[in-house]
Ligand binder design. Structure first.
Ligand code: THU
Length: 139
């Protein structure tokens, strides 16, 4: 399927970042108080958002990025073209290693963009974030 949305379009990525920022308001983060939001752009143009969900058993915490990817997959998506992240920081941060691997599973060419409370933005490809990744092609 041809992507409905160009993942490198700056306006498209800005809109995705705005959706990630809104999603961060739904975070359940009483332990870290670090409210993260994510927005996933699927190859059919649909956008799926989520936030981090923590647990009293800390290790069960699930990051915003993984929750958003899983929401997309559950809705039938099998290819994602971009992921936007919003963190409550002065500078943009990059996704954790586990989330990089999950993004790669459904978007080996995905663009990842990060925004924050400050004006900074950062953009990578998933290949830059997880070079030489193990993935579906290896099985
Ligand atoms: N977190 C995310 O949701 N995404 C990231 O990219 C970094 C970390 C969450 C996990 C935890 O709930 C809190 O932020 C602090 O690590």
């Amino acid at each position: 399927m041809k992507p409905c949305a160009e993942p490198d379009d700056p306006a498209r990525l800005d809109a995705l970042l705005a959706q990630a920022r809104v999603a961060s308001r739904q975070a359940y983060a009483p332990y870290s108080r670090f409210h993260v939001g994510a927005a996933v752009l699927a190859d059919d143009g649909r956008v799926f958002t989520a936030a981090n969900v923590e647990n009293a058993s800390y290790g069960l915490t699930s990051c915003a990025e993984r929750n958003a990817v899983f929401a997309a997959v559950f809705a039938g998506v099998r290819k994602i073209v971009a992921v936007a992240i919003h963190t409550p920081t002065a500078e943009p941060v990059s996704p954790c290693g586990a989330c990089r691997q999950v993004i790669h599973e459904f978007g080996s060419k995905a663009v990842v963009v990060s925004g924050c409370d400050g004006d900074g933005r950062h953009r990578w490809t998933i290949d830059e974030l997880l070079p030489g990744a193990f993935g579906p092609k290896d099985l």
